[in-house]
Design a protein around this ligand. Structure first.
Ligand code: NAD
Ligand code: IPM
Ligand code: MN
Length: 372
């Protein structure tokens, strides 16, 4: 298969982790006889430095003419620490999501059995955790009207949702649930927010077309707690943009590190794959960032193109690195392995190993069911 991929490394640890993901893509390309055409473009702070724009026209054009986007991370302390900066790296990612119509962000959260003791939570609480967050990605408070009064003392961000925005992601969440444990939990704040009440009405109606799926509702404040006391109760969490952002970082603690969490952002015409984490500026250039979130984002990319065997090969190589203790310092404080070495090990395993042909599907971390 020939796939054109726009490679947007971004800032901070972005380039370091995507470099490892690219090694894995190349290993898949060679092992399985595909052609992955990778073209790089700037985004975020790196793009602001070069062009003044966090999403230059050429970058957007490249993404639009590609079959998929592999994204690193954006963000820089220079902007984080300057609330007065009008041009910000994050605007590049937000505009890209909007321009590509990536309304559905899929963030699977599972615990690796061999990493259970890395979680701050007790083993008996997290054992068997396997849920996926369907986060709405192009609406809500992120994209509502913003204003700041002239005297700078009053600021507004409004949260707007339309029935269409809710229903398009809700359908995808129900379809995913059909292939999983058949449960959708809508997380909202319908006791306070009008936009959440719209979500409840629309999602309730859509649920009627999926009689085999159970729908339940949970307020965001309770969900934030339930995630820590009984994460195994969740199958598919459906939620709006901001709640999904917060819940996914919280969820990353269950499995031991945010450095493990990949994501896929899907729309009608485009797809983008990126880690859940950010640019982790404290780690830039230190060869300590965990590359697994980026590598598993490649697995999600391969799944998206129905390259099941290939995706499985990537996941198995990741599992092997974890099992052998070839992990970054976020998972083992005494680790002597760096980002690059881990990338070499995982990509080397994709090349060398043929166990993915015989391994039981039970062992696969990213089940097919998480991806549509
Ligand atoms: P962050 O995700 O960059 O880092 C938070 C913490 O998570 C780190 O201190 C580190 O302990 C851990 N971490 C993150 N990635 C890791 C990895 N690969 N390996 C090991 N540990 C890892 O979030 P932040 O510090 O809140 O934000 C830093 C910058 O990143 C900000 O500018 C923010 O806007 C941006 N950001 C970008 C994205 C994105 O590009 N999608 C996502 C989140 C944050
Ligand atoms: C994420 C990030 C982004 C978001 C930021 C960088 C705009 O936190 O991808 O989770 O809030 O969506
Ligand atoms: Mn986030």
């Amino acid at each position: 298969m020939k796939i054109k991929i726009a490679l947007l490394n971004g800032d901070g640890i972005g380039p370091e982790v995507t470099a490892q993901a690219v090694k894995c893509l190349q290993a898949v390309e060679e092992t399985f006889g595909h052609e992955f055409i990778l073209t790089e473009a700037k985004v975020g702070a790196a793009a602001i430095e070069a062009t003044g724009d966090p999403l230059p026209k050429a970058t957007l054009a490249l993404c639009k003419e590609s079959d998929a986007v592999l994204f690193g991370s954006i963000g820089d302390p220079k902007y984080d620490n300057d609330p007065d900066a009008n041009v910000r790296p994050e605007q590049g990612l937000l505009r890209l999501r909007k321009e590509l119509g990536l309304f559905c962000n899929i963030r699977p959260i599972k615990v690796f059995p061999t990493l259970m003791e890395k979680s701050p939570l007790k083993k008996k609480i997290i054992a068997g955790t396997d849920f996926v967050i369907f986060r709405e990605l192009t609406g809500g408070i992120y994209f509502g009207e913003k204003s700041l009064s002239e005297d700078g003392t009053t600021a507004t961000d409004s949260c707007t949702y339309t029935e269409k925005e809710v229903s398009q992601i809700a359908h995808l969440a129900f379809k995913a649930a059909k292939g999983r444990r058949k449960k959708v939990t809508l997380v909202d704040k319908a006791n306070v927010l009008e936009s959440s009440r719209l979500w409840r009405r629309v999602v309730k109606k859509i649920a009627e077309s999926y009689p085999e799926v159970t729908l339940d509702f949970m307020f965001i404040d309770n969900a934030a707690m339930q995630l820590l006391i009984k994460p195994t109760q969740f199958d598919v969490i459906l939620t709006e943009n901001m709640f999904g952002d917060i819940l996914s970082d919280e969820g990353s603690a269950i499995g031991g590190s945010i450095g493990l969490l990949p994501s896929a952002s899907i729309g009608e015409n485009y797809a983008l794959f990126e880690p859940v984490h950010g640019s982790y500026p404290q780690a830039t250039g230190k060869d300590i960032a965990n590359p697994i979130a980026s590598i598993l984002s490649v697995a999600m990319l391969l799944d998206h193109f129905k390259l099941d065997e290939e995706s499985r090969a990537v996941v198995i190589a990741v599992l092997k690195s974890i099992k052998k203790g070839i992990v970054s310092p976020d998972l083992s404080t005494s680790s002597k392995y760096g980002t690059n070495h881990i990338g070499d090990f995982i990509s080397g395993n994709i090349r060398d190993s043929d166990d993915y042909l015989i391994l039981n599907k039970e062992n696969i971390w990213l089940g097919k069911s998480t991806i549509i």
